[in-house]
Design a protein around this ligand. Structure first.
Ligand code: HEM
Length: 549
């Protein structure tokens, strides 16, 4: 994929104000670090705003003083060194060459890359009240073409915040999200049945091929059941035709989005991409709208017959009366876009590592089994007693931050990072992957060590391997769900899906690699995905000797 497209896709997912960090979005240590960074900026800044609102930059350097590759150098790395699909690794290479802040140009983008937790914290501190990740002008153009309302990705300023204010309470509050638990657990049950079916069909009665593709179906079904309050049948043996069309439309729109953004507007009549992009959006919105309208008709019928209209997220949105119908359509669609392959790829990488790390897998199994003996289905309350489970997911997100780079297009403020001054409308690229893999931030950074997320003594296993210093890291060195008011709105839902799915998979199966010798690398297609299919063996614990059950 073109490097500009890849960069754009990074930034699409990734986008606002540490000063207004809500409790739901950031851990206390993150907020403390945020205030430290703000104090640092205030102290070190010698920028003064004059009466006319212009800024004297004092002794600070500007964007033109930043080191960074020429376009020809970038192209050389992309094409000849084959970093086009390894943008996550490219962050580290460039950091090694230019230090923790550098400039790079990709197609239409002029990026300031920051790759240290301190600098990331400084950008976030100055991002303003209504942060933006990147301007998606082609999405806006589509919405204008169809006269549609703007959703989370196109709305700006207070309008964006109004939408977030409606979405947040039912998505980010732990207590509220628990209402989704039993529904998610049903979907997990279907996923387990599908694993059984696939095993039974495999030659060795154990292997599931392309685990990421299977978990994608799980991710799609799990988030859709909350958003549309309808089962789509993604995990059935025969996936319904409309569901297949829906899945294809999501893929097409996201893929074409990356192509369309890099071509100038005048090429739209000549090249086929814009037309196909519009078709994909039409299909996606059409199916989404149909699902929402169908559910709305059911709710209206319930209300007419004096039955309580109980539902999950859609009922809440429709009944909140704070969003127009058109805003509900687009918002639900955007939640779906953010919520499928993020969760599924994280789960895939988790299983991949556990399959190769018997000790960690057994530690996890022991924990799940001690909290929920005899394969009892875990509840949200049980999850709170599974620190190792959470540590395993965190460690996976550190090694494979599924959104490896985030973005901030800072429009409200001039920004100071280190001893550089940047004008308003500077596009920052926050190199999260590079930071997560930096030895200076994480001891044994390339190793899968869930214990680093446990406080000393939290793991039940005396032979666990944490070493002194393993537990410490700077809070902004690990922000897989982003940070601030613009952070991921689906974080709680994603965690719940992953915790239930992983704990129940562990209750039933011991996971092994199909082939020990093959390691599978990550590649970037916006998200960090496996470069080739991951096949795993799922050995039924009920058939194993009692020691490893
Ligand atoms: C492992 C799972 C997930 C990861 C790692 C993840 C990560 C992220 C990141 C890094 C951002 C950008 C945040 C920022 O700019 O500070 C984001 C935004 C977003 N995520 Fe997630 N996400 C995940 C799951 C989900 C799920 C399940 C949903 C939907 C239910 C979702 C919906 C969204 C939406 C709508 C945005 C844009 C929010 C806005 O711009 O206001 N995500 N996510």
């Amino acid at each position: 994929m073109n490097c500009a497209a890849t960069a754009v896709r990074f930034l699409r997912l990734c986008a606002p104000c540490a000063r207004t960090l809500p409790a739901s979005c950031a851990a206390p240590e993150l907020r403390r670090a945020g205030s430290r960074a703000a104090a640092l900026i205030r102290r070190s800044s010698n920028v003064q705003t004059t009466m006319t609102g212009t800024t004297e930059r004092g002794g600070l350097k500007t964007i033109d003083d930043l080191p960074g590759p020429r376009l020809s150098t970038t192209l050389y790395w992309m094409i000849f060194k084959q970093f086009g699909h390894k943008m996550h690794l490219f962050q580290g290479v460039q950091k090694g060459l230019y230090g923790p802040i550098w400039r790079s140009k990709f197609g239409p983008l002029d990026l300031v890359n920051v790759a240290s937790p301190e600098f990331i914290a400084q950008v976030i501190q100055q991002e303003g009240r209504y942060p933006v990740r990147i301007e998606l002008l082609h999405w806006k153009e589509y919405m204008d073409l169809r006269g549609q309302a703007y959703g989370l990705h196109v709305s700006k300023g207070p309008k964006w915040y109004e939408i977030r204010k409606v979405l947040n309470p039912k998505m980010l509050k732990l207590g509220e999200v628990s209402a989704f638990a039993s529904t998610i657990n049903q979907v997990v049950g279907d996923m387990l049945q599908r694993v059984e079916l696939l095993r039974s069909r495999s030659q060795d009665q154990a292997t599931v091929s392309d685990v990421a593709a299977e978990l994608y179906k799980f991710g799609f079904e799990a988030v859709s059941v909350i958003l549309f309050e309808t089962r789509l049948g993604c995990l059935q043996e025969e996936i319904p035709r409309d569901t297949l069309r829906f899945i294809a439309a999501v893929n097409d729109m996201l893929t074409l989005s990356n192509t369309v953004i890099i071509f100038p507007r005048w090429s739209r009549g000549i090249l086929p991409f814009w037309k196909r992009f519009v078709q994909a959006w039409d299909e996606l919105c059409g199916i989404g709208q149909k699902l929402i309208d169908r559910r709305l008709a059911e709710i209206e019928a319930q209300v007419r017959s004096d039955q309580p209209a109980e539902g999950l997220y859609l009922t809440y949105l429709l009944s909140s009366d704070k969003l127009t119908r058109s805003e509900v359509y687009i918002t639900v669609t955007e939640l779906l876009l953010g919520g499928v392959d993020t969760t599924s790829n994280t789960l895939t990488w988790t299983l991949y590592h556990l399959a190769r790390d018997e000790r960690a897998q057994e530690e996890l199994y022991r924990e799940v089994n001690s909290v929920c003996p005899d394969r009892r289905e875990p509840t949200t309350c049980d999850l709170s007693r599974m620190p190792y489970l959470k540590a395993v997911i965190k460690e996976t997100l550190r090694l494979y931050p599924v959104v490896p780079g985030n973005g901030r297009f800072v429009t409200e403020n001039e920004v100071i990072v280190g001893d550089y001054w940047f004008p308003k409308k500077t596009q920052f690229h926050l190199c999260h992957f590079a930071v997560c893999h930096d030895e200076a931030e994480f001891a044994d950074a390339e190793q899968f060590i869930p214990e680093r997320w446990l406080r000393p003594g939290m793991s039940g296993d005396a032979s666990a391997r944490p070493a002194p210093g393993l537990y410490r890291h700077q809070p902004y060195s690990f922000i897989p769900f982003g940070v601030g008011v613009r952070a991921c709105v689906g974080k709680r839902v994603a965690e719940m899906e992953m915790y239930f799915a992983l704990s129940r998979l562990m209750q039933h199966y011991k996971v092994q690699p199909e082939d020990d010798a093959t390691t599978i690398q990550a590649k970037t297609r916006t998200l960090l995905i496996p470069e080739k299919p991951i096949n795993l063996r799922f050995l039924a614990r009920s058939e194993l000797s009692s020691g490893s059950q």
